[in-house]
Ligand binder design. Structure first.
Ligand code: NAD
Length: 685
């Protein structure tokens, strides 16, 4: 039996009556009380919930004492005797102290904003967004406060959650809450136009930013991996990634100049984000084959209707794919097994793959992100916990085999791209045959180098999103209508360079209601440039002031034009050598904070892994006021144009086009432009 499924023995004996605690408290009172002064009853470990894998045991016995001391400082001394053995047991069993006992019994989800207690609408909106990230329907490992990506944490433990809710429910418009890697440092006096919350996640002294540093300092309880929208309270369920993946698949087929109809897309992972791939494939109109080693996850995606069919026999899979190709079907198929087996089988069967990618969690390769071929899922979990060195060897061996089979397909014409999961990076570290002839670059591009960068980010198109705080579907429908009208109007005068993006997004927003993409909060995403984002936000603010809709919360994925410096992903199409710098992301979050964001966040890690990326984001509450209008105009403009300016300085032609266009429209914008050196001159050197 896998360790992580072992219930804590003494907890097993408890009966359901323990859930009757706090029965006399309203939801608002529970939020306001923070950490209860008397201990709540222990919560049984629920094996039906998807739990985080046991983290590797990395602390020395002295460090374990420090971790326990750190955890206990949230509680009064009189409780330490009771809590110490319990927390010690959690640390031994799970590698972390989650403080399961303090998990609230009320249902956590994005309630209508009016249901939250407090003195300020902005703080209530943030509570709504935090609860959405922890909703069981949304979060990957809700009891461990992980939203997605295996380790994308909202908080490190339940005490932090309880304290943050308390602070938010008491704060005023003259205070700012400081949150360091989930830990609320406290409320500090500020002013009405300051962000209400400033979040940092996993910011480390650079030399302490390796994978094992995360394991150690997270186990000590002093840092966390906030991923992108997990630790910044901006996750909107799978919809965000469905949209991004649809755009990527559509543009991928455009890149190879082939219609998606009858085309085959092969990839892996049906987890938090990767689960969007089959659905996106269906929206784009191709055949998708997606391998997944965890049968539980396959079952979830299949029952949700996110993947149409499931196969566990490779021969049957090959027959079904041939049939789908012949009939030019749009269909998504899950393979219950390892992705390497699919690539190898399709090579043997001579099945042509048009687009190929991978979305296993290689940002987290040694702790459950990538399962090696030839070892059962259960055995791999056992090995990961009990023999991490052997597990690492097996992962690297599998990656070499994985690349070898991909190389055979690309030699036959498959277009393979890295989909932002550090596949190329980890494969190269594993010694796979992944380098181009020059021995420096990878053989394959990242999807940002070939697709997302030049077609979207350089023009300022990125994942703008909003949440209707009333929780009403009708509000979302009105905002969809408004966004679509705004974009259609803009399209009339758009330059040809951005017409394709405009039309893809108009099509998306028109089909959004029908595609039933909402999971959790009433949220929507689309890709828009600076002008589009501002025009849509401004139209929402007007609709709020006209009483047509209630409060709207704006935000975006960190995976965007300006928010993220990530040399193998968001900034992988920066070729002036600056892709290993992180000035843009830091400038962005500072700039957002004084231009009107309601909350800002900056993270180490996210997407491709701890130490590999710096990414940031914001949230902004629109309440229909003139102040909100000023804030959105100022902040959204900066939030996009900062990145375009950097991309244009890197000599990206699409970005030079976009920033010149922006300067023409706004005389207050004056950006330093690059001069180009003649190749002949350089070559004569
Ligand atoms: N390109 C993007 O826009 C983008 C967006 C989000 C996430 N990502 C990255 O994609 C990766 C996946 O994210 P996620 O949230 O889905 O993570 P996840 O951990 O929830 O899902 C990954 C899935 O891959 C499965 N898996 C692992 N090894 C496998 C193998 N060899 N064969 C078949 N299945 C295997 C796991 O069982 C898991 O269910 C992460 O690295 C993440 O950072 C990229």
């Amino acid at each position: 039996m896998n360790l992580i499924q072992k219930p804590i023995p003494k907890i097993k004996k408890l009966n359901a009556s323990v859930f009757l605690e706090n029965i006399n408290m309203t939801f608002k009172q529970e939020l306001q009380q923070g950490i209860p002064s008397e201990l709540p009853t222990i919560k049984p470990y629920d094996p039906s919930i998807n739990h985080a894998p046991k983290r590797k045991s990395i602390l020395s016995s002295e460090e374990k004492k420090l971790a326990l001391q750190n955890a206990l400082r949230y509680f009064k001394a009189k409780h330490h005797k009771t809590l110490l053995p319990e927390f010690k047991e959690e640390l031994e069993l799970y590698g972390r102290i989650y403080m399961y006992r303090f998990r609230p019994v009320y249902k956590i989800y994005a309630r209508p904003i009016s249901e939250y207690p407090g003195n300020c609408e902005q703080a209530k909106a943030i509570m709504l967004m935090i609860q959405n990230n922890l909703d069981y329907a949304v979060a990957q490992h809700p009891h461990e406060l992980i939203t997605y990506g295996g380790n994308g944490a909202v908080f490190q433990n339940w005490a932090q959650y309880l304290l943050v809710m308390k602070y938010l429910s008491q704060m005023t418009n003259e205070q700012t809450l400081i949150i360091n890697s989930g830990h609320p440092q406290g409320l500090f006096p500020s002013h009405k136009n300051a962000p209400r919350v400033v979040v940092t996640n996993g910011m480390m002294i650079p030399n302490y930013s390796k994978q094992d540093d995360w394991e150690k300092f997270n186990a000590l309880g002093v840092t966390q991996y906030g991923q992108m929208t997990a630790g910044s309270y901006m996750y909107i369920g799978p919809q965000g990634i469905v949209h991004g993946t649809t755009i990527t698949v559509l543009n991928g087929f455009r890149k190879i100049k082939k219609s998606p109809e009858g085309g085959l897309f092969v990839t892996s992972g049906l987890g938090g984000m990767s689960g969007a791939q089959p659905k996106a494939g269906n929206i784009a109109g191709c055949i998708t084959v997606c391998a997944e080693v965890n049968s539980k996850v396959i079952h979830t995606r299949h029952s949700q209707g996110w993947v149409d069919e499931v196969f566990s026999d490779l021969n049957e899979l090959a027959t079904r794919v041939r049939e789908a190709k012949d009939k030019k079907e749009t269909v998504s198929i899950a393979y219950d097994g390892n992705i390497v087996e699919v690539w190898e089988s399709f090579d043997k069967e001579n099945i042509h793959i048009d687009l190929g990618s991978d979305q296993t969690s290689l940002h987290n390769p040694w702790a459950g992100g990538y399962y090696p071929v030839g070892i059962s899922y259960e055995d791999a979990n056992e090995m990961m916990a009990n023999n991490p060195k052997r597990f690492k060897d097996e992962v690297q061996k599998s990656l070499r085999r994985h690349v070898e089979t991909i190389n055979k397909h690309t030699a036959k014409g498959t277009y393979f791209f890295d989909y932002g999961n550090a596949f190329l990076l980890e494969a190269s570290r594993a010694g796979a045959d992944i380098f181009a002839e020059n021995g420096i670059d990878f053989r394959y591009p990242s999807y940002v180098q070939d697709i997302m960068g030049p077609m979207c980010f350089d023009y300022g198109f990125g994942p703008f999103r909003w949440v209707c705080a009333s929780g009403k579907q009708e509000d979302l429908a009105i905002t969809d209508q408004i966004a679509s009208e705004v974009l259609e109007e803009m399209m009339k005068t758009s330059p040809s360079e951005i017409k394709q993006q405009m039309s893809d997004n108009i099509k998306w927003i028109k089909g959004a209601q029908e595609n039933k993409l909402v999971v959790g909060s009433q949220a929507r995403i689309l890709y828009a440039d600076a002008e589009g984002r501002i025009a849509i936000a401004s139209a929402f603010n007007k609709a709020i002031s006209d009483g047509k809709i209630s409060t709207v919360i704006l935000g975006r994925d960190h995976h965007d034009v300006s928010g993220t410096d990530s040399p193998y992903r968001e900034t992988s199409n920066i070729y002036d050598g600056s892709r290993f710098t992180a000035d843009m992301a830091i400038q962005n979050v500072i700039g957002d904070s004084f231009r009107g964001a309601t909350w800002v966040s900056i993270h180490n890690g996210g997407g491709v892994g701890w130490g590999e990326v710096i990414n940031g984001g914001f949230g902004m509450v629109l309440d229909g006021s003139n102040e909100a209008e000023l804030r959105l105009q100022s902040m959204l403009y900066w939030d996009v144009n900062n990145g375009i300016a950097r991309r244009s300085w890197a000599r990206n032609e699409e970005a030079i086009f976009a920033i010149k266009r922006a300067m023409k429209k706004n005389p207050l914008l004056e950006v330093t432009l690059p001069n180009f050196v003649e190749n002949d001159l350089l070559n004569k050197m």
